[in-house]
Design a binder for this molecule. Structure first.
Ligand code: FAD
Length: 346
């Protein structure tokens, strides 16, 4: 019998599927990493009512093929699927136990999980059960000369960016922030294998029960996917002045981002937070109004194509890294831009 192929696993976090593309982004990066270590890419899906999706996945129905088909279309060579009524709602304990058992049986080289609210809770539990390390909130992944996963993550309060490897323990585990990698275009003709994994007998009862859940209406556009982001910081001066950024973003067809002090002051929702504790953005154009440019913020907007910064301090870090740096009052310049755009867009 030939040697078993090494595997990179991506946990299929699909409940927020259409809003949250992190699983698909991870599959695409996993595919690139797998090529470097001659491994296969596997998605792991736990849930209920996934049966018809499997049928569709295998017949390559391009209109709706659910999480299994989408995983294959986005780079998975294999999907491990456990379908059971107990998995209809996310259950931290059961999911962690299932992942542990499956990983012990199959021995993946690497497990990648999205740093979503669920992933951040789930991944450490799985790592603990498997007795391995975990790098949380990675902003980069690569393979080094020794074939080890290099996990790039902010550390020491975000003041340093560290490259972490797991030389001894297996699997090598990381959570990755949504928006860090770009998903590859789907390919519904791609073929993959679906391995059904039955629910083990005698699982301990969940200690946490879901009583009810409520779906937040998705925002039409998302900060992580926006081509234009208008980001504001404490230098905007007040909540009222900050509100002008929404008008500007609307005129530019963009989204509003914010720094931590702004979110703490309640000038913007937590949803708008850009940075280590918030979203990673990669717009074509980033406007930065009254932002100093602390690493905890800039680490998440380094992928912006073109940066226009407005600050009264020409030496602010954000001004140094901008393509265009305008020394001005942020709020006043915002007003001028809005007036000018309104005059021109008729
Ligand atoms: C563990 C940890 C995690 C963190 N995570 C995040 C995160 O995810 N996101 C984040 O943003 N921060 C984060 N921070 C905080 C971060 O370190 C900075 O404190 C924060 O980004 C600063 O926000 P700011 O630029 O809006 O404010 P400030 O640093 O106060 O900068 C305000 C800027 O506005 C300029 N200014 C003032 N008045 C005007 C004016 N009238 N016109 C024009 N410019 C003006 C000033 O010159 C200054 O450059 C984190 C910190 C820690 C320790």
């Amino acid at each position: 019998m030939g040697e078993k192929k090494r595997a990179i696993w991506v946990f299929g976090d699909y409940r927020n599927y259409f809003q949250n593309r992190v699983t698909l982004q991870l599959l695409s990066r996993a595919k690139e990493l797998a090529a470097k270590i001659d491994a296969e890419v596997c998605a792991v899906v736990f849930g209920h009512w996934t049966d018809e999706w499997v049928g569709d996945a295998l017949s390559h129905n391009p209109t709706f093929c659910g999480v299994v088909g989408e995983s294959i279309a986005h780079g998975a060579d294999k999907v491990y699927l456990t379908d059971h009524p107990r998995l209809a709602a996310y259950s931290m304990e059961t999911y962690a136990l299932l992942m542990e058992r499956l990983a012990r049986r199959e021995g993946p080289e690497i497990i990648l999980i999205g740093a979503t609210a669920f992933g951040r809770e789930f991944a450490p539990r799985v790592a603990k059960r498997l007795g391995t390390g975990l790098t949380a909130d990675c902003i980069g992944l690569d393979i080094n000369g020794e074939g080890l996963l290099v996990q790039t993550a902010p550390s020491f309060g975000g003041n340093l960016v560290a490259e972490i490897v797991t030389p001894e323990r297996r699997p090598q585990m990381a959570t990755v922030r949504p928006g860090t990698f770009q998903e590859i275009p789907h390919d519904y003709v791609r073929k993959g294998e679906v391995k059904r994994v039955s629910m083990p007998e005698g699982l301990p009862a969940d200690r946490v029960h879901l009583i009810s859940s409520e779906r937040f209406l998705p925002r039409e556009r998302k900060l992580e996917d926006a081509n234009v982001v208008v980001c504001g910081g404490r230098g905007m001066g007040s909540r009222k002045k900050f509100a002008k950024l929404f008008e500007l973003a609307e005129l530019l067809g963009g989204e509003v981002g914010a720094t931590r002090p702004v979110v703490y002051a309640d000038w913007a929702d937590h949803d708008a937070l850009v940075g280590q504790a918030g979203k990673h953005i990669r717009p074509q154009i980033l406007f930065s109004f009254g932002i100093s440019g602390a690493i905890q913020h800039t680490a998440a907007c380094n992928d912006a194509r073109f940066v226009i910064a407005v600050n009264k301090n020409p030496n602010a870090a954000m001004m140094k890294r901008a393509d265009v740096a305008i020394v001005a009052d942020a709020s006043q310049l915002c007003t001028t831009l809005i007036q000018e755009l309104k005059r021109r867009i008729r």
